[in-house]
Write a new protein. Structure first.
Length: 238
């Protein structure tokens, strides 16, 4: 990890207006949970469903999209990446540093709010809240692999990622049986199911397969990103 690159990446992430969404999205989740806790007698009955259908399926992928694409896509769009690439720094170090920064942001603004939301809705079941936090982190890391690669491959990474996050993960991954096996949401649910005794948590994918797929997505995504960044340097030099 390169500290200078990490510092510049943080400045890029929170120096644009899109960075405000990183605070607004978890804020909406927590505000909704507080409102429900104050107005509904027993929120424990639907806490798991809300954490899954809104938190895990919508908030986590959107926070991951903004964090991962913002870590790299902005520099590619405005051309400032050329100055970074001109330095004697390994391309793998650039990608890994930006991925780690994105994951750190996802942890603070995606994972922690999920745990807090779970505790607000059902303070008597911290195990499920923590399980959703761990599952959200696993999902966020996998999303980072996808969105970092997408940032380097396409100039429309945000648009494509938004369609993927809302349509595939938000809808197909929840309601279409055939698509569930290829959904990061379902893979992370397998982790959550293992960590909690809540009968309402059920994944369409077995845990060993889910862990393999989560790891594969991260490795493939980051490998593609590094390879594409190297080819970008060659094309720039020409």
């Amino acid at each position: 990890m390169n500290v200078t690159i990490a510092r510049l990446t943080m400045a890029t992430l929170f120096g644009h207006r899109r960075g405000l969404l990183l605070f607004i999205l978890p804020g909406v989740l927590l505000a909704l949970c507080v409102l429900l806790a104050l107005t509904v007698d027993d929120t424990a009955d639907f806490s798991t469903a809300l954490l899954q259908m809104f938190g895990l399926a919508v908030i986590v992928p959107l926070v991951s999209l903004i964090a991962a694409t913002g870590a790299l896509a902005s520099e590619l769009d405005d051309g400032s990446i050329v100055y970074l690439l001109s330095k004697p720094i390994k391309r793998s170090t650039i990608i890994l540093t930006k991925a780690l920064v994105a994951i750190a942001v996802i942890f603070v603004l995606g994972v922690v709010p999920m745990v807090l939301a779970g505790l607000i809705l059902d303070v008597g079941d911290p195990q499920t809240a923590v399980a959703f936090g761990i599952g959200s982190l696993a999902a966020g890391i996998a999303y980072t692999g996808i969105f970092i690669a997408l940032s380097v491959i396409s100039g429309n990474a945000v648009t494509i990622g938004l369609i993927y996050a809302l349509l595939w993960e938000g809808v197909m991954g929840q309601y279409v049986d055939g698509a569930k096996a290829l959904s990061i949401q379902q893979w992370s649910l397998a982790v959550i199911q293992k960590l909690t005794d809540d009968p309402n948590v059920e994944s369409a994918v077995k845990l060993p397969i889910a862990c393999i797929l989560l790891l594969a997505v991260v490795l493939i995504g980051l490998t593609l990103a590094v390879a594409r960044l190297r080819s970008l340097i060659l094309s720039t030099a020409e």
